[in-house]
Design a protein around this ligand. Sequence first.
Ligand code: KIV
Length: 274
Amino acid sequence: MEAFLKNKPNTKKRTLFHLQKKKDRKEKIISLTAYDALTAAWLSECDIDFLLVGDSLGNVVAGYESTLPVTMDQMAYHTEIVVRGAVNVPVVADMPFLSYEINPEEAVRNAGRLVKQSGAAGVKIEGGMNIIPAVKKILNAHIPVLGHTGLKPQTVLQLGGYKVQGKTPDAAEIIKEEAKALQDAGVFAVVLECIPGELAREITEELEIPTIGIGAGKECDGQILVTHDLLGWFDKPKKFVKQYSNFRDTAVTSVKTFIEEVNLGEFPNQEHTF
Ligand code: KIV
């Protein structure tokens, strides 16, 4: 959506293939979330490798307690508007809870919807061994898949909270096996969420495909964050997030100033009047 852009992105059109090249060249992969066209447009002006329409939109924009209520209709809509705003950057869409677990046929139908109707370049699925048949079926339909292991927010009910995963040797071994199984199934990269940095380093060394970390230390091949977290839209930052600005305070101060100026009769003034 060029109308949203201040500067034209100077990058040429990127594809998901380019991620493997970056790992091979030992260059870091950068990804951030987007849930709307305007954010996708300004992020396109930055050097982003791909945008993720995360099901984190459930927490961030819909106000749910978890990602579990997020529906296929919501993912399809948000993916469509992000694709409309993105310029030269591939968009990956999350598959929401229960859109791929029931059977591989339903998984491919839902993944296909995110590509065919919404324009995603690929889909992301949380899981390990349990999702391998679905991953293979989706790949059979020529849809690129991004894996996601470590902390899988869609399993929050079983976990009893969002906790760091892979802390014991057995738990670490399971995550390594899951990452390897996802690679063997054919995913183009794997997200490692909230695991010890040392485990993420070992997985990154063992895998040929890129690893993209969130709360997984600096040794991953790339990093992903929720854009709202990075910008400081929330009061309490998570441990693995660095707030690079404080948008929430800026927004609140701006709105308070607007209210004050309207009350004082200072806005709108001559300049803003036809
Ligand atoms: O839903 C999401 O935003 C994610 C992360 C990896 C950022 O899955």
